[in-house]
Write a protein that binds this ligand. Structure first.
Ligand code: FEO
Length: 394
């Protein structure tokens, strides 16, 4: 298949992976993903920006050959993670005169992870420019979105920027240009939540930097190319803002329905007060949806049954995940039911502690909730309402 031209001799040479169902063995993929690679043909030299996920290497090289790309002078590694750098060894074999251009941190990574010989790597500095003749590649280091080795490659004459994982989406396509839809927005938001949210402040900084650059296009390493950069930049400006929305996210696991009854009751009371809620069944629901809702939530209200005198292990798993994703939530509370005794919340409260969120008085009950317990849930709902009011959400 012929490579699609993006702009003036810049081509898309990546591949879709429609069958991939989970990324990092952690988060389900709703739409597979794409591994984007870009071919940049200057008047004198040719560069490939980012390569391919190792299991797709054979297909990737085959397509480069079919498209008769000729010589390759440079292979730009914007980031060492192998979904983008994994085919560098095969490319170097196919194009032995090529030199890998990358930053010092990524050089160390690809040497250790892919055993790329040092003499094949040329380390660039932040802001350095390399000429391809009528095109210039400018390297902009962007550590923290999402690895310390991440950089962007700006193609000056065309005013387009390859942003590596930043501003991407796990999404597949036949036409490389983004069709703006709810589906794409949701995929980009899930992707931000899972991959970028732990680095929210860095994302905020680079969003502003690219907004100020007024680029014509954004070429990420997953998902479609944005001809309208404001579409994804405006979304990132919203997601990375410091202000949460009037939303309570309620992950729960309930063995005999008592904890679920508490969650349902509390959600109903919060909705009555004008607060949006998102209930999440930890056993059955998709973790990506939870991550996505955590982007905006002001409060996390977690429900758990007791197992062996402690919280249910699946609730512990979700509390750990919530803590490492580092959402902007300001408040949290815990609720749940036990049968014969133990401590329901200590482990979860410890896990959430790094988020430095304000804890609303938790509620642990024995067995099925009573009228008295529901009154205590009324108090919890009122406390959450007051917290939201204190930051101007209601
Ligand atoms: Fe898509 Fe960080 O690799």
């Amino acid at each position: 298949m012929k490579f699609q031209e993006i702009k003036n001799n810049i081509y898309y040479c990546g591949l879709n992976d429609c069958d991939r169902r989970i990324f990092d063995e952690l988060i389900p993929l709703e739409h597979g993903t794409s591994y984007n690679s870009y071919l940049v043909k200057g008047s004198e030299k040719t560069a490939i920006i980012d390569t391919m996920y190792p299991p797709k290497t054979t297909e990737y090289i085959k397509r480069l050959v079919e498209n008769q790309i000729g010589k390759v002078d440079y292979i730009v590694a914007n980031h060492g993670e192998q979904d983008h750098s994994g085919s560098i060894p095969a490319l170097l074999e196919k194009y032995p005169n090529a030199v890998v251009l990358t930053n010092p941190k990524c050089a160390e990574n690809i040497k250790s992870m892919l055993h790329i010989p040092e003499e094949k790597i040329r380390v660039v500095t932040d802001g350095e420019e390399i000429s391809l003749g009528d095109k210039t590649l400018k390297f902009i280091f962007a550590p923290g979105v999402h690895w310390p080795d991440t950089m962007f490659t700006y193609i000056k004459e065309d005013n387009v920027i390859c942003t590596c994982d930043f501003l991407g989406a796990h999404y597949t396509f036949s036409d490389v240009f983004a069709v703006e839809s709810n589906e794409l927005y949701k995929s980009a938001k899930r992707y931000y939540a899972e991959i970028m949210m732990p680095f929210r402040m860095m994302c905020k900084r680079y969003t502003k930097m690219i907004q100020d650059m007024k680029v014509d296009m954004i070429l990420p390493s997953h998902g479609p190319v944005h001809k309208n950069p404001d579409y994804i930049l405006d979304a990132y400006a919203d997601w990375t803002s410091d202000e949460p929305k009037n939303l309570v996210v309620m992950p729960y696991v309930s063995m005999y329905n008592s904890t679920k009854e508490m969650i349902d009751y509390l959600a109903g009371k919060l909705e009555e007060k004008g607060i949006k809620t998102f209930k999440f069944d930890i056993v059955d629901d998709d973790l990506g949806d939870l991550a996505m809702e955590l982007v905006d939530a002001a409060t996390i209200a977690m429900g758990t049954s007791m197992v062996l005198a402690g919280p249910h292990p699946m609730a512990v798993n979700v509390a750990y995940l919530a803590a490492v994703l580092r959402p902007k939530a300001k408040f949290a509370t815990l609720l749940g039911s036990y049968g014969w005794g133990g401590k329901l919340f200590d482990v979860i409260a410890d896990l959430l502690a790094p988020l430095k969120i304000d804890l609303v008085e938790p509620l642990q009950i024995k067995g099925k909730p009573t009228e008295d317990d529901f009154k205590k849930l009324d108090v919890m709902a009122e406390s959450i309402y007051e917290k939201h009011k204190s930051i101007g959400l209601v």
